[in-house]
Design a protein around this ligand. Structure first.
Ligand code: PNS
Length: 160
């Protein structure tokens, strides 16, 4: 089975990577797809995010990195994928995730969303928290892949 793991990934964290790794063991192929949303301000361009994810997942042979814009249902249909993966960290994620999953199924009743509980050590982790800690010079080296750690500090030095 081929699954899509969509998200903003601004930037990818070790929590995302954990979900990707677990999916790569369970499914034949995982397409990690980055939403290109020009109206949302991001720290990294979609190309930068794609390159960082590619580097971080290169050890998984059945993981592909892609981008999409518009509706996830349209993208999934075009790719011939009918299963979406999302990670759940805590109850606080639940309402938003349920709304999104139900809306996607309303738009396309073939599209199922499968939730993976995040691993214990990553329940506190998010891209926003990582950026905030980095902005104030905290250590994020254990929270993100090496390529992201380097890229964030390079970006912050150059000014956002
Ligand atoms: O990492 P994120 O920001 O939580 O990911 C959210 C994402 C990209 C999965 C979601 O915003 C999305 O699929 N956007 C595409 C637009 C869409 O299909 N919206 C309908 C579902 S509410």
């Amino acid at each position: 089975m081929v699954v899509v793991y969509p998200g903003s990934f601004d930037p990818i964290t070790n929590g995302h990577l954990d979900i990707i790794e677990r999916c790569s063991k369970k499914f034949d192929k995982v397409v990690v797809s980055i939403l290109y949303n020009p109206s949302k301000k991001t720290m990294f361009t979609v190309e930068e995010r794609k390159e960082m994810i590619k580097e971080a997942v290169k050890k998984f042979t059945n993981v592909e990195v892609d981008t999409f814009s518009g509706l996830l249902v349209d993208y999934s249909k075009a790719k011939g994928i009918s299963t979406v993966i999302r990670g759940l960290r805590a109850v606080t994620d639940f309402e938003y995730e349920m709304q999104m999953a139900l809306m996607n199924r309303k738009l396309d009743d073939e599209l199922e969303t499968v939730f993976l509980m995040s691993s214990n050590q990553y329940t506190f982790l998010s891209s926003s928290v990582v950026k905030e800690v980095a902005i104030f010079n905290g250590d994020i080296s254990k929270l993100v892949p090496k390529v992201v750690n380097q890229a964030i500090y390079k970006k912050l030095k150059g000014g956002l």
